[in-house]
Design a protein around this ligand. Structure first.
Ligand code: DAH
Length: 370
C-alpha cells in the first residue's frame, strides 16, 4: 500500500499540468475522430483511455500531489477523461451504425434472381390429391364448399342429428376448446360443411367439401390426430340411392381407373337414413383378392378384393329440417371419405405419416414438381 507521497517529486507533478492534460485530451479526441472503423477505434481506446494512457497515468499521479493541489488537478484530469470517454462512445455508436448500414447493403440477397437449385419445390400430394377430387366433381357441375376447422359444436354434431348422448361426442374422439361452455370444437369430420351449405343456400345444391379434420387419435401408421376428408352433398328433387351409387362409381373410376367401382354395405350414421359403407374394388388385385403371382392374398386388400373407402347415405330428413331445407320437396345424398386414405391406396403408401412429415423426397416422388 502506498501512503501519501512525502518525498514529493516535482517532475511527477508536471504530468498533471494543465498543458499536458489538455494535450493528452486533444490528442485523444483527434485520434477518436480519425478512427475510420471499429477496429481502429478499439486501438485508439486502448492508447488514449486504457490503463497506460497518458490520462490514466495522470489520474494516478493525483494521489501523489499535495492535498491543496489535488482538487484542481482531479477536476482537470476528470474533465479530460470524461470528454474522451464521451467522444469514444459517440464515435463507437457512429461506427456501429455505419457498419450495420454497410452490412445491410453488402449482404443483401436478391431473392428474385433465378436459381438452378434442384429440386425447386413440389406441391404436396394432399394438395394435388384434394384438387384432383374437386376437379372430378367440378367437371360434373358441382361446386367446392369450405368451412372452418374450428367449428361450433351445434354444426359439428346437433345439426347432423348427433344427439348429446352420441358416443362421437365423448371426450375420446373430440378436441374441445376452452372454455367448454363456448361449445366450440375442432371439427371431427367435414360433415358440418353440409349443414353450413344448406343453411346458406337454397337447393338444388351439389357441393364437395375437402378439408382438415381432427380427432384425439394416436399418431401411427394408420391414424393421425389431424387428417383430411372429402364430403359430398347433393340436394335436389327426387334424389335417390341410385344417384348416390352412380356418383360414387364415377368418382372411384375417375380416381382409380376403369373398372374400379364401388359396393354398398348397410351401416348407420345419424345424419343419413338409409346409410351405407362404401367399399372400392381393390385396384391392385382388381377384386380377385390374390397377389401378383396368384399364390397368396393381395397385400393391399388382405385377400378381400374390396377396400373400405367411406360412408354415405340418403340425408336424414331431420338434418334437412334442422338446416332449413323443405324435406317434403327435397331429398339428398351425402358421402364422406378420408383423402389421406384414398391417396394411400392410390399411391401404394403403407404409412400415413409419410403424408405429414414434409420430406421433399417423398413429395417429389409423386411427380408433382413445380
Ligand atoms: N362424417 C362421417 C365420418 O367422419 C363420414 C360420412 C358418413 C359422411 C356418411 C357422410 C355420410 O356425409 O353420409 O365418419
Amino acid at each position: 500500500m502506498s501512503g501519501p507521497n512525502t518525498d514529493y517529486d516535482p517532475v511527477e507533478v508536471a504530468a498533471v499540468s494543465p498543458a499536458e492534460v489538455e494535450a493528452a485530451r486533444d490528442a485523444a479526441l483527434a485520434a477518436i475522430a480519425a478512427a475510420a472503423d471499429l477496429e481502429q477505434l478499439k486501438a485508439v481506446r486502448t492508447q488514449h483511455a486504457g490503463d497506460r494512457s497518458p490520462l490514466a497515468l495522470a489520474n494516478r499521479e493525483i494521489g501523489a500531489l499535495p492535498p491543496q493541489a489535488r482538487k484542481e488537478a482531479g477536476q482537470r484530469v476528470g474533465q479530460a477523461r470524461g470528454a474522451v470517454s464521451q467522444a469514444l462512445a459517440k464515435r463507437q455508436a457512429e461506427l456501429e451504425a455505419e457498419h450495420e448500414a454497410r452490412i445491410l447493403v453488402e449482404e443483401s440477397v436478391d431473392v428474385t434472381l433465378p436459381t438452378d437449385r434442384d429440386p425447386v419445390g413440389a406441391r404436396h400430394p394432399l394438395t394435388t390429391g384434394a384438387e384432383l377430387i374437386a376437379d372430378i366433381f367440378v367437371a360434373m357441375g358441382w361446386e367446392v364448399a369450405e368451412g372452418p376447422v374450428i367449428e361450433a359444436e351445434w354444426l359439428n354434431f346437433d345439426a347432423l342429428n348427433l344427439g348429446p348422448d352420441h358416443p362421437a361426442r365423448t371426450m375420446q374422439d373430440t378436441f374441445w376448446t376452452e372454455p367448454a361452455d363456448n361449445h366450440i370444437v375442432l371439427r371431427t369430420h367435414t360433415s358440418p360443411v353440409q349443414a353450413r351449405t344448406m343453411l346458406t343456400r337454397t337447393p338444388p345444391i351439389y357441393v364437395v367439401c375437402p378439408g382438415r379434420v381432427f380427432r384425439t387419435d394416436e399418431y401411427d401408421a394408420t391414424h393421425s390426430p389431424m387428417f383430411h376428408q372429402v364430403e359430398g352433398l347433393a340436394i335436389d328433387e327426387g334424389i335417390s340411392m341410385a344417384h348416390l351409387k352412380g356418383t360414387l362409381d364415377h368418382f372411384a373410376t375417375s380416381m382409380f381407373g376403369e373398372g374400379i367401382t364401388t359396393r354398398f354395405r348397410p351401416s348407420f350414421f345419424p345424419f343419413t337414413e338409409p346409410s351405407a359403407e362404401v367399399d372400392l374394388i381393390c385396384f391392385v388385385c382388381r377384386g380377385s383378392g390374390l397377389d401378383d403371382d396368384r399364390s397368396g392374398a393381395c397385400r393391399t386388400c388382405r385377400g378381400e378384393g374390396w377396400i373400405e373407402w367411406g360412408g354415405c347415405g340418403i340425408v336424414n330428413p331431420r338434418v334437412l329440417q334442422a338446416c332449413g331445407v323443405d324435406s317434403s320437396r327435397y331429398s339428398g345424398f351425402a358421402f364422406g371419405m378420408g383423402i389421406d386414405r384414398t391417396l394411400m391406396f392410390r399411391h401404394g403408401l403403407e404409412d400415413l405419416r409419410a403424408l405429414f412429415e414434409g420430406d421433399v423426397r417423398f413429395t417429389t416422388a409423386f411427380g408433382s414438381e413445380l
